[in-house]
Design a protein around this ligand. Structure first.
Ligand code: NAD
Length: 370
């Protein structure tokens, strides 16, 4: 794979997007040089930057670039205070991000939560629940279930009485597709998958459990366990070290991935991937930090670039199968954290070995550690 030219669309977006994207590109170039990769990174505007440049949150040229690319490295979009007269469906969050998810059929959302031991203070759990640090991955189905099932309506059934209906629907094929993503992700990690459902109450849960159990037969190297969603919510707080890959349908994944994210202590540390179809050796994906544009700190060299940098590592791992190059980025981040470098969001004044740095210094240090 490393001999092939890989085309990456880099859409920095708004707020802190451009600042953290700059650092991610720096690190990608460093890893590209070291590992002999041919990475062609092309930048294009999106979000308010797209509206300013071409009158649209997702300019046609940006969409065209994405279509021609092997993966999208995305920053973040949206500035709540800008032009309230622009309707919701033309504002960046919907017109750019949701549009891209739909356009590229991104059905699998991957959110790793990594808490290095050196950042124990940032985690809301007691230190004795954190083991040697936390490292789990939530794999969430993104296009089915309750958020999209029909009928979806609110009707009036009597004067002053309404009835709201949402429908939870999954087909065998949808569950198989996300289960394969989960098991393959587990093969790249500690080889354990916990499948979340509510099979004691929901028909969807029974089907989910049946299909995941069947797909598991193709992955004999993976240990599979099933867990009810209510118990999973508790176990994430009580013993998060028991989890490796956590596989969820859409709504359960929405909730549990945020709960798990809180364990990392800062949005600035959390990358994510949204995967679509695989063609040949490449899986199309969009990679972005879990956080937003952080207008409160934008333009001040205060943002933590690690979420964006780790998103780039996920791109190498999940879209291109470049496991060693991805691991080199993860390791460089771990090295720099262990050396005590901290942006404001993860800084602890009581830690005498910690040194507060800005966005660009953090990026420089990670690029140098590759
Ligand atoms: P936010 O994630 O931008 O910020 C929440 C808090 O986390 C802020 O205090 C911010 O400073 C901090 N934070 C976030 N990322 C950080 C980083 N890398 N380093 C240090 N601190 C960081 O959420 P918000 O303020 O609710 O939203 C701001 C805008 O971003 C809104 O327009 C929202 O719609 C948009 N948004 C976009 C995305 C996306 O593009 N995927 C996701 C979430 C929110």
């Amino acid at each position: 794979m490393s001999s092939k030219n890989l085309n990456i669309a880099a859409l920095a977006g708004d707020g802190i997007g451009p600042e953290v994207m700059r650092e991610a590109i720096k690190v990608l170039q460093a890893v590209g040089r070291k590992n002999g990769l041919q990475l062609t990174i092309t930048e294009a505007p999106v979000g308010w930057a797209g509206i300013d440049a071409a009158g649209k949150a997702l300019p046609d040229a940006t969409l065209e670039l994405c279509r021609k690319s092997d993966a999208i490295l995305f920053g973040s979009v949206g500035l709540p205070d800008r032009d309230p007269t622009i309707p919701k469906d033309q504002r960046p969050e919907r017109a750019a991000l949701l549009r891209l998810r739909k356009e590229f059929g991104l059905f699998a959302n991957l959110r790793p939560v990594v808490l290095p031991k050196a950042l124990a203070h940032a985690c809301p759990l007691k230190v004795d629940r954190q083991g040697d640090g936390l490292n789990l991955l939530v794999v969430r189905e993104l296009t089915g279930g309750m958020y999209f099932g029909q009928p979806k309506t609110t009707e009036t059934i009597a004067p002053g009485q309404q009835r709201a209906i949402d429908t939870m629907v999954y087909t065998t094929a949808e569950i198989e597709r996300i289960a394969h993503v989960g098991f393959k992700a587990a093969q790249l990690r500690r080889k354990k998958l916990t499948s979340i459902d509510k099979a004691n109450v929901l028909e969807n849960g029974v089907l989910w459990r049946d299909v995941v159990t069947r797909v598991h037969k193709e992955y004999p190297d993976i240990t599979l366990e099933h867990m009810f969603v209510d118990n999973a919510a508790m176990q994430l707080m009580l013993k998060p070290t028991q989890f490796d890959v956590v596989l969820c349908e859409n709504m359960f994944g929405d909730i549990l991935s945020d709960e798990a994210a809180a364990l990392a202590g800062s949005l600035g540390m959390l990358p994510s991937a949204s995967l679509g179809n695989t063609s040949g050796e490449i899986t199309f994906g969009l990679y972005e930090p879990a956080g937003g544009t952080a207008p409160d700190i934008a333009g001040k060299n205060l943002a933590n670039p690690i979420a964006q940098i780790l998103s780039a590592a996920m791109m190498l791992r999940y879209s291109f199968g470049l496991t060693a190059a991805a691991a080199a980025i993860d390791q460089a981040v771990a090295t720099v954290i262990a050396a005590g470098l901290r942006t404001g969001d993860i800084f602890n004044a009581e830690d005498k070995s910690a040194r507060r740095v800005g966005t660009s210094e953090m990026g420089d240090a990670i690029a140098a550690a590759i």
